[in-house]
Design a protein around this ligand. Sequence first.
Ligand SMILES: *[C@@H]1O[C@H](CO)[C@@H](O)[C@H](O)[C@H]1NC(C)=O
Ligand SMILES: *[C@@H]1O[C@H](CO)[C@@H](O)[C@H](O)[C@H]1NC(C)=O
Ligand SMILES: *[C@@H]1O[C@H](CO)[C@@H](O)[C@H](O)[C@H]1NC(C)=O
Ligand SMILES: *[C@@H]1O[C@H](CO)[C@@H](O)[C@H](O)[C@H]1NC(C)=O
Length: 822
Amino acid sequence: MTKRMGYQDWRCLSLWLHYFVLLWSTIDGQTRYSITEELKQGSVVGNLAKDLGLTLSEMFDRKLRVASEAGEQYFTVIAGKGELVVNDRIDREALCGQSASCILPLQVVIEDPLQLFRVEVEIQDVNDNAPKFPSNNIILEIAESTVTGVRFPLESAIDPDVGSNSVKSYTLSKDECFSIVIKEVAGGRKVPELMLSKVLDREKRAVHKLFVTALDGGNPVRSGTSQVTVRVLDINDNVPAFEKPSYKISVAENAAEGALITQTKATDMDDGQNGEIEYSFGAHTSDDVLSLFSIDQMSGTIFLKGKLDFETTVNYELDVSAKDKGNPRMEGHCTVHVEVLDVNDNPPEIILTSHPKPVREDSPNGSVVALISVRDLDSGDNGKVTLHLPLKCKFVLKPSFSHNYALVTSGVLDRENVSEYNIEITATDSGSPPLSSKKIIPVSISDVNDNPPVFTQPSYDVYLKENGVPGSILFSVSAFDLDFGENAKLSYSILDSKVQDVSVSSYVYINSDNGSIYSMHSFDYEKLKVFQIQVQAKDQGSPPLSSNATVHVFILDQNDNAPAVIYPSSAALGSLSHQRMPRSAKAGHLVTKVTAVDADSGHNAWISYRLAEATDASLFTVNLYTGEVRTKRAASEQDDSSQRLLIEIKDDGEPVQSATVTVSILLEDGLHEPMLDLRQKVAEPSKKTGRITLYLILSLASVSVLSLVTFLILAVKCIRNSRSSGSCCMRRSDCDDYKNPNRNLQIQLNTDGPIKYVEVLGGDMLSQSQSFRSCMSPMSEYSDFTLIKPSSTTDFKEVISVLDASLPDSTWTFESQQVSRK
Ligand SMILES: *[C@@H]1O[C@H](CO)[C@@H](O)[C@H](O)[C@H]1NC(C)=O
Ligand SMILES: *[C@@H]1O[C@H](CO)[C@@H](O)[C@H](O)[C@H]1NC(C)=O
Ligand SMILES: *[C@@H]1O[C@H](CO)[C@@H](O)[C@H](O)[C@H]1NC(C)=O
Ligand SMILES: *[C@@H]1O[C@H](CO)[C@@H](O)[C@H](O)[C@H]1NC(C)=O
């Protein structure tokens, strides 16, 4: 192993030798060797023996020695070879420091003779040291706003090597903001400087870690590195920035006070106070907004402070600013759009755009009554309004342009039924929940003259006593009119007609204001029994309407006529009437017959006869009903031949009217039975009896003629009446009216002059009265008609049967008397 090592050494040595020979040749006159530092021990420096001109033996013999001036034995001489070799480690930097040349002087001593030689060994530098920075972490603080080009000196690196082996250059790790420049200072020392090539931004990189490397010029190059930490100092160069430039928020208008609207957030990239943010509303925020919203200074949260109202403001723009606390303070802005959402908080409103006018009751379908509009402050569905009318309303709403309606009629109006409508209109919006409101529209219906006056009865029956006072109220009619005002203002009048060929207006007049009818003179039942008045009521509408009513005026009989004696006539024969009778007359002999008539009717004409005074009351009797004067007993010789009878004739009226007649009777001895007398007179007329007989014949004939004439007149009148009006002879079948048992009936024998007809009056005395009249059939044999006066409760049918019985041929009928006599 050693052998092998020795071989290597030799090879190395031979190389070095070659090198030294070259070096040797350059030394002029002086033995000088040049070696590099840090050679291994035993490395040959030079062949000292040869260079000093000594042989090996000589050298050995003369005890050649090498002494170092410094005292350190770096070298030694190998005796056998005469070579100077390195004895110890030679560090140039330790021996010579930074001096450029490093020479170790050696003294070579040879004894026998003592000779001194000076040998110099120049130690050449070897790049055995790397550059080194005094500290391996350099800290720099640079403000971020520093302008580019500013240099920051760094410590130089130290390399103990000299010359080219010392520090030659610096490099810097890659960084966009920094570059390195090298400044040569006096003495050729190189100082590295950090130059700012781009403005620093703390917010991007707060710390820059750089590596500075120092390189020497050796071969191979050695280097040393130091870290440079650049801390970027903050400058308030960042505006607080909001997350969003604008926020959009929707809030319902009914949001409660204190409700959170939104949270704004701004960030400031600066550090410390430069990055501490305070929020506020912008400087130009209106008072409106300030009264409604508040912002939390620290958190940027916006709250609702007041009450929102969609109907006044739909949008709010809040300018929010965020300010940091740096110097100067930086400010960032954002906008918050607050959209107010509609809530159905406004009920619809019904507005009358035109006030309702009174509507004529005859308005056609679709007449406009009022104009209406609806309004709802809400929007969208909340403001969509529908209108409703009550069911069965006589009006409908007709939509016109937006939200406007016309209230029009639909159907027939009648003021007389409903004079005013209160139309309730309901408006409902479509919100959820819906809101509604109501409005009542009064519509009055104006009158149209569509109702004629109506009399309380279609016809009136008036019973009027004869002989009344002229100018007294006869009756009052009244009518009413359903219309209103002038249309209901009535005036009454009497339509002209004729009563007994005289205008009715000469009988009565009417108060046109209240319908009172006045008589203009007193009526005489015996002249006029019934007449009718056509009354008209007329309103003052335009055109006026009228209606008619008939007033039947029945004149009621008063007992104003005393019975009148027809026979024996006092007028013809003076106050005394002489009757003759034979003294031989038996009891029951008809002496004479007193006949009287009464112009009144009914009870007032019901005549009775009574013997009031007599010369001999035992001899004569008067039939109460017939007026026949008969003998009560047979006359005797003792009886006075001249008898006077005072006969009183009374009617049944109230007050009673009466008349008297005096009959004087002569009892004659020679006189026989009247028939015999008559025959006797024909056979043997005497002057006196012949005259009496003549009187008798005359009076009988006159009675007969009178009755014949009566029948003829009656017959003629009846035929004429049946032709002109058909009122005379009537149908028995027409029995509905006389079935009623409650009727009062009155059958009157008309004795107005010659007997003409029988009048049957029926009805509830004062109201509905009917009058029946019957005429005698001309062929009737009945001349002497007995008055029938049924009591008020008698069934009318009974009366008819009585009449039937008394008139056997039943050719007469009844009819309601409607037509006045012409
Ligand atoms: C009025 O019009 C309504 C509908 O619009 C209809 O039902 C009614 O019969 C009409 N009435 C008259 C009198 O025309
Ligand atoms: C009168 O009006 C009422 C409702 O108010 C109605 O029921 C009736 O039918 C009307 N009568 C007439 C005659 O129009
Ligand atoms: C009508 O008017 C007249 C005069 O003013 C008066 O005498 C009469 O009593 C009135 N009739 C009625 C029914 O009121
Ligand atoms: C009333 O009577 C008059 C005269 O007779 C007549 O002209 C008129 O038409 C009548 N009026 C009515 C409503 O009947």
